[in-house]
Design a protein around this ligand. Sequence first.
Ligand SMILES: C[S@@+](CC[C@H](N)C(=O)[O-])C[C@H]1O[C@@H](n2cnc3c(N)ncnc32)[C@H](O)[C@@H]1O
Length: 391
Amino acid sequence: MESIVKKNFLSELQAIDWDFVGENTSHAGVGLHWYPARFVPQIPSNLIGYFSEKGDTVLDPFCGCGTTLLESFRLDRKPIGIDINPVAILITKAKLTNISIEQIKSFTAKTTSSIAQKLLTKGDITLRAVPNLEENSRWYHPETLAELASIYSVILDLDDNSPEKIIGKCCFSAILNRVCSQDRHFGWICDGVHPSELKYKKASEAFNEKLVQFTNFVGYFRQSLKATEPRVTSYGDIDIHQADSRALAKFVGDNKVDLVITSPPYLSVTDYNKSSRLTMLWFGPDKWEELKQSEIGARFKRARKGSLEDYIEDSRKYMTEFHRVLNNEKYLCMIIGQSSSHPAYVELLLNITQEIGFDRIQNIRRNISVKRRRLFPRVQTEEIIILRKRE
Ligand SMILES: C[S@@+](CC[C@H](N)C(=O)[O-])C[C@H]1O[C@@H](n2cnc3c(N)ncnc32)[C@H](O)[C@@H]1O
């Protein structure tokens, strides 16, 4: 898709059906690891096509599970991704790991057989190696935990920073919610509600299935690269950082970015770090409390006095950063959900963008999928807001 920024893009943008119901997303690794409020890949891919050229740098400073980065890479742009949540960074890195189909198939076969071997010789499985054992024991049946311990030890033995280790960690993290005994939806895990009864779930089977799913994704993604022939970025050149988007200076210089596409955390809708609590129990980090506090708009802060004011102040900080890193007359596309508790907050954010130095070009409203509406009933629609940096 070539850029048509200078042509009649406004009417074309309005003509797109932004709900994208039923479109194929197999190349985007959508179901590899659950993540709250992720993009439909067609949103960034269309925006990238309209508002940037091949070779341009595209930043997503709230990159979540990496949807914008995958689409930017595929469409021959240079992606940069930032997120405060280490699990978001793990998923994004895993999806963009440079691994061939042969390599991942051989890794899947070897790992599956080492885990089976460990499970046969049960004496090798030591729960003492499980980090946060007491807390982990409250989420999983002892046999499930023993299986998880054996998978974990196989992953720990892999070379640090090898593609296999990143993918192994991501697949392990991806099954934790599914094999824990809390059968209610993710909100219960997020809020730390332990299951009342521990039920055995087959962790090794779930992990093997996840590896196969990952292998299929690598195949689809590689196939989609053949169609778009990206040349400007190789896997090794992709910038992905765990950081706070209110302070980007260490990672992105002034006027270095040609397009920002992002969906900032909505106000009081979800808790990203708390949603990842089961992964954090295995892979850290130690400073989890600090991370939770740095999360913008987190739901757990909703009853605090001044939560709206804090959110607006945080938004001013990150938008000032977006303005600094963007080239003149380049675009900022933000996807923001409506909130029933603070119906006017999107308008407040837009006022800030104008004060900072963006012109408002267009708003497009889209419906959120039925599945997501069930999980987040207070957010039924979201706005795609197109802004341009004033010269
Ligand atoms: C709406 S989600 C983005 C989802 C993403 N578009 C995707 O497709 O997965 C918002 C993200 O903002 C991140 N976040 C919250 N506070 C942050 C901060 N201070 N700095 C950087 N990222 C933050 C959350 O961890 C979450 O991943």
